[in-house]
Ligand binder design. Structure first.
Ligand SMILES: Nc1ncnc2c1ncn2[C@@H]1O[C@H](COP(=O)(O)OP(=O)(O)OP(=O)(O)O)[C@@H](O)[C@H]1O
Ligand SMILES: [Mg+2]
Length: 270
């Protein structure tokens, strides 16, 4: 399952390019983070991937099919999408019904639907909230309901638009563990995030966007240590990387633990 975006552009308003000539290939099983300033075009690009939007120039191919030749319903079986704002996504009267909607549309048996809902809710930590109305939950929890709804679809590709916003430390940790598990299972994960620590800890590839274009695309440790390039996209490098650079290290630590390991090695060498 590969996604090929070829010279794609998108205009919400005629003559104003929210996305401007973007080309990107995402291989099956990749964990890719999309970062960049507000209004860079990240959400627009993500919406092109599951057919919520179709390119006004260029093409987007999912599993060998041009998205213009597929319905949004067809594409939603391949590419799950969790909106930046859960209120754009949720519509059911209970958390249970919300999460069951997708699997039920896949014509699974009721027992399978129930099993998927139970597992998805447990994965996001909302097992006890199944009977609640989604709008009785706080926004961060609503966002987890939307995530559970996407998880229950078992799509090979999952797009998460700003999953960590509003989540507390435990929530971010749970999301990180979930991303790692899905990645290990071979699912393709595309996450838009302003949380560079989350990005560094869980994503191997980083794409930086600004002004509707891609500025950089490469391994997380390489992209996230290019301070000048990140500044162009109003992105601040993760603090462990900034610290390593300030100390004049050539190594790029990907976590606090890695930083500590490099420090210990350097000290031992003295
Ligand atoms: N529905 C819309 N109608 C008109 N313009 C829009 C619409 N949605 C987005 N835009 C514009 O398109 C451009 C790209 O927006 P997009 O939402 O893709 O950016 P983003 O990188 O996701 O930003 P953020 O980090 O703020 O979510 C921005 O200039 C934005 O104002
Ligand atoms: Mg956005």
């Amino acid at each position: 399952m590969t996604i090929i975006v070829c010279d794609a552009a998108y205009e919400y308003t005629a003559g104003v390019r929210a996305l401007d000539g973007v080309s990107l290939t995402i291989a099956s099983g990749e964990a890719l983070a999309l970062v960049g300033e507000n209004g860079a075009g990240k959400t627009t690009l993500a919406k092109l991937l599951n057919g919520l939007l179709r390119p006004s120039q260029g093409s987007v191919e999912v599993e060998g099919y041009d998205t213009r030749a597929r319905t949004t319903a067809q594409l939603s079986r391949h590419v799950g999408f969790v909106f930046q704002n859960p209120d754009d996504q949720l519509f059911a009267r209970t958390v249970q019904a919300e999460v069951a909607f997708g699997p039920r549309n896949q014509r699974l048996t009721e027992a399978e639907v129930e099993a998927r809902v139970a597992i998805a809710l447990a994965e996001v930590g909302l097992a006890d909230e199944a009977e609640r109305h989604p709008y009785d939950l706080a926004v961060p929890e609503r966002k987890l309901v939307a995530l559970a709804a996407a998880l229950a679809m078992h799509t090979p590709v999952l797009v998460l638009d700003e999953p960590t916003i509003g989540q507390d430390a435990r929530g971010v940790e749970r999301l990180g563990a979930l991303v790692d598990r899905l990645h290990a299972e071979g699912r393709t994960l595309i996450t838009i995030t302003h949380d560079l620590d989350f990005c560094l800890a869980h994503f191997e590839r980083v794409v930086v966007m600004a002004g509707g274009k891609i500025l950089a695309d490469g391994p997380a440790s390489e992209v996230l240590s290019q301070t000048d390039l990140l500044a162009q996209a109003q992105v601040e490098p993760p603090q462990v990387i900034q610290l390593a650079q300030a100390l004049g290290w050539g190594e790029v630590p990907l976590s606090v633990m890695e930083f500590a390991d490099i420090y210990a090695e350097r000290k031992a060498r003295l």
